[in-house]
Design a protein around this ligand. Structure first.
Ligand SMILES: C[S@@+](CC[C@H](N)C(=O)[O-])C[C@H]1O[C@@H](n2cnc3c(N)ncnc32)[C@H](O)[C@@H]1O
Length: 255
């Protein structure tokens, strides 16, 4: 099932529909609630595999010392830290996120303190970034694009801020391909995730929204077609862990 267009001014929050203008507020509220336990939940729910996925995603950006990078919907900064490690002291890494609590949780993290200090945290909406065009060598979004009200707008913004020849990587949940594995994953995500979310973060809602929004997210082929229609070139994708997640990549055409 993919997300249908919004003809009547409404959009999806998981399987529910609400007014489009209310979604960003709702998403922000959910991340406010889970920010303090966000990393712990990620690690528990994915059995730590999200670190491997992130490592693979950042590797695809092929960063070089001195590169300018924007980590869109960067949250607590795992991808931004990995980018700082690669771009070095001459590089510039901006973490762009709408949610202050998530960014504060990222700033307070004990791991990689020295690298974290080099990240520039900017609060704002990924659908209309307060960043100049043609300015970044690379743009990455990890598990964030699904939360936007207007996902194509988010990708258009990433395309806009990239320099010609700049690289874009999107890491996002997807749907397992093998039927039995998919069934097991559905049981896990619709029952275990909300249960654990309620116990550890106090928000069953956020972790009910998570699997629902994943089911509504476009399949890899459709997402690749969207990226191409936006203007990305050399678009491709990899399925990860039997399709539980997928990495899409593309390049902004050289001038
Ligand atoms: C699931 S977290 C991902 C965090 C991080 N990228 C990671 O991989 O762990 C999604 C993030 O997207 C942010 N977000 C949601 N809607 C946004 C928007 N419209 N603009 C910018 N950030 C947004 C949330 O605040 C949250 O930090």
């Amino acid at each position: 099932m993919t997300q249908p267009p919004d003809p009547d001014g409404t959009t999806h929050i998981g399987y529910r529909r609400i007014a489009r203008e209310a979604k960003a507020r709702w998403v922000r509220h959910q991340f406010d609630r889970v920010a303090a336990r966000y990393d712990l939940m990620n690690t528990l729910l994915s059995f730590g595999i999200h670190y491997l996925w992130k490592h693979r995603a950042i590797g695809l950006l092929d960063l070089k010392p001195g590169d300018a990078v924007v980590d869109v919907c960067g949250g607590t900064g795992d991808l931004a830290v990995a980018a700082v490690r690669r771009t070095g002291v001459r590089g510039r890494v901006i973490l762009y996120d709408i949610n202050r609590e998530m960014m504060l949780a990222g700033k307070r993290k004990r791991s990689c303190r020295r690298l974290r200090r080099r990240i520039q945290f900017l609060q704002g909406d990924a659908e209309a970034m307060a960043l100049p065009g043609n300015a970044f060598d690379a743009a990455i979004v990890g598990f964030g694009i699904r939360n936007l009200t207007d996902m194509p707008a988010g990708f258009r913004e990433m395309h806009r801020v990239l320099k010609p020849g700049g690289r874009m990587v999107c890491l996002e949940f997807s749907r397992p391909t093998a039927p039995i594995f998919r069934w097991l994953y559905d049981q896990y995500s619709f029952h275990v995730m909300p249960w654990l979310g309620e116990r550890l973060t106090g928000s069953r809602e956020a972790y009910t929204y998570l699997p629902e929004s994943i089911r509504l997210f476009p399949p890899p082929e459709a997402l690749a077609a969207l990226l191409t229609s936006i203007g990305f070139r050399q678009v491709g994708y990899w399925r990860l862990t039997n399709g539980v997640a997928a990495i899409h990549f593309g390049t902004k055409a050289s001038a």
